[in-house]
Design a protein around this ligand. Structure first.
Ligand code: GSH
Length: 234
């Protein structure tokens, strides 16, 4: 239906559809929903209202941001049924999983990338796309902004061992909910896009961080993330 939706995303050099968890979540969900899109790599700061990516360009030229808002909007406009049959209890769990991943685990990933491994992160996100010193200016300014957010959220002020312990708790809790299922709630849905967006990013980045190590330690994650990758990104 219609033409491809332009989706503005961070797209750099790593082996993932986007280095940004929120962008990879949205792109994965669009693939799941069978919606045609064109991923447009950002070459400067996001122009969305929140200053964040991803965002889409609407047919009237306006910009719509926040991956969840975009997903809810497109779900309504295009009558997407991926999650329409979930029970109240499943919906409650979906919200809880989303908050765990996007409001907690995400910040642990941010600290691994932007505080502890900035050189690799900078190379992954920016290097080679624009003439120097633009990438460096963008990279260091994004770093300042993102680390300020991690401090405000709280995780950025905590000792590394405590953050790592909580990462393990998050991953173990998610693995328990997933159990031996192929998807979080039996059939693919937004929760799978959310979890994949963050965990596939942690797994594929050339950064030796706690999230990557703990993902590698439990075979359930390789099985799940490989399945998601094969279904939507091969
Ligand atoms: N709630 C937003 C979060 C988006 C988000 O945090 N995007 C990050 C990349 S993963 C970003 O644009 N960061 C740039 C910044 O914070 O300045 C969504 O789901 O779209």
């Amino acid at each position: 239906m219609g033409t491809a939706i332009p989706v503005m995303v961070f797209r750099g050099n790593w082996e993932v559809g986007s280095e940004s968890p929120a962008c990879l979540k949205l792109l994965t969900w669009l693939r799941m929903a069978g919606i045609d899109y064109e991923a447009v790599p950002l070459r400067g700061p996001p122009r969305s209202q929140t200053g964040k990516a991803p965002y889409i360009v609407r047919p009237d030229g306006t910009l719509l941001d926040d991956s969840s808002v975009i997903i809810t909007t497109l779900t309504q406009e295009r009558s997407i049924e991926l999650d329409s049959h979930r029970s109240d209890r499943e919906r409650a769990l979906m919200t809880t999983i989303q908050r765990t991943v996007e409001s907690h685990l995400y910040f642990a990933l941010v600290l691994e990338r932007w505080r502890d491994n900035f050189e690799d992160t900078y190379r992954g996100y920016f290097r080679g796309h624009l003439p120097e010193p633009m990438p460096w200016i963008l990279g260091t300014s994004l770093r300042r902004q993102i680390l300020r957010q991690a401090k405000a959220q709280g995780l950025g002020r905590r000792p590394a061992e405590q953050v790592e312990a909580e990462v393990i708790e998050d991953l173990d809790a998610l693995a328990s909910i997933l159990g031996d299922g192929s998807f979080f709630f039996g059939t693919p849905g937004v929760t799978d896009a959310i979890v994949f967006g963050t965990l596939e990013n942690a797994r594929k980045a050339p950064i030796d961080g706690a999230i990557q190590r703990h993902l590698a330690a439990k075979s359930v994650w390789a099985t799940y993330l490989d399945r998601m990758h094969d279904l939507y990104w091969r």
